[in-house]
Each structure stands twice: as C-alpha cells, then as structure tokens.
Design a protein around this ligand. Structure first.
Ligand code: RP5
Length: 161
C-alpha cells in the first residue's frame, strides 16, 4: 500500500466495527492509511506519540472516532495543524448526542470537522478526507466524481425497479 495519507484513530477497540465500511472505501480509493487505537483519557501520552508519528509518516488528515465524553478529536486538533475530522459514536445514553456535542462544540480557534453519528459519519469522514486530498490530486477528484455518479445510478435504478 502507498504511504499513509489518512490516520484513523479510534478511542477504543469497541469502535472498530463502526469503521469497517469506511476502511473498505479508503482501500477502494487506494489511499494509504493508518489505523490506531488511542484514547484521549486512558492513554494521553500514547495518543500524543501516535499523532507525532503519523505526522512524520506524511499523514495529511486525521479521522478521530470516539463516543461518550468524546474528546479524542478535540485533543488531536489541539496537537496538530492538520485537518481533523470527528466521527461521534452511538451511545446507550442518548443514541450518540453526548458524543456529537462533545465533539462538535469546540472552542473558537481549534476546529474539528464533525460528521454525523455512527456508520454514516464514518463513511462521510473518509469521503471528506478524500475531498481534502483531492484538492491537490486530479486523479483522485475524478474517482470521487465516479463514486458520486454510482450513487446517482443507484437512485435511478431503484426507480426503474
Ligand atoms: C470512548 O468511549 C470510545 O471511543 C468508545 O466509543 C467509548 C467506550 O469505550 P469502551 O468502554 O468500550 O472501551 O472513549
């Protein structure tokens, strides 16, 4: 696989199933990625190391996946100048509203681009990362265009059926 351009950091191994589809999409687009487990609360020093190593490896976008008191994306954003995309995980308490608000309500100056809760958010996080990478990659932009056309074709096919 090519050198990593995207680092996906999940707050717990329990978040792993949520990102399956998103990881598959990254592979389909042939984008090199890292997947790491690191918690803002349980392993803050390790998280810092992961961020630094990812930057050194050439990663250009972070995707952070966390639930509950979901500070992972915000902490990453405080440690890097690279874009950080947050995916809030569904929770038993509120369906994920707690995760969403923890992630989206960043203080002015340190943004996190927060996606929808759950699998859709994870998928869109990858597509958003691809759009960022596509700014300097014409071939990637073309692939994103093809992906969008496939979505449209599925809608039209559903009508034909
Ligand atoms: C967060 O707490 C993780 O991102 C996960 O979504 C949630 C629960 O973690 P576990 O208790 O399952 O490890 O930090």
């Amino acid at each position: 696989m090519s050198s990593p351009q995207v680092a996906i950091i999940i707050g717990s191994v329990s978040d792993r199933p949520l990102i399956e589809e998103a990881v598959t999409l990254l592979k389909q687009f042939d984008i090199g990625y890292w997947l790491r487990v690191a918690s803002a609360h349980r392993s803050p020093a390790f998280l810092r190391q992961v961020i630094q190593k990812a930057e050194k490896a050439g990663v250009r976008v972070f995707i952070a996946v966390a639930g509950g008191a979901a500070h992972l994306a915000g902490v990453i954003a405080s440690e890097t100048l690279l874009p950080v995309i947050g995916v809030p995980v569904e929770t038993k308490l509120s369906g994920g509203l707690d995760s969403l608000l923890s992630m989206v309500q960043m203080p002015g100056g340190v943004p996190v681009g927060t996606m929808a809760v759950g699998r859709t958010g994870a998928l869109n996080a990858v597509l958003y990362a691809l759009a960022i990478l596509g700014l300097q990659d014409k071939r990637l932009r073309k692939k994103i265009g093809n992906y969008r056309r496939e979505l449209e074709e599925k809608v039209k096919k559903a009508n034909r059926e």
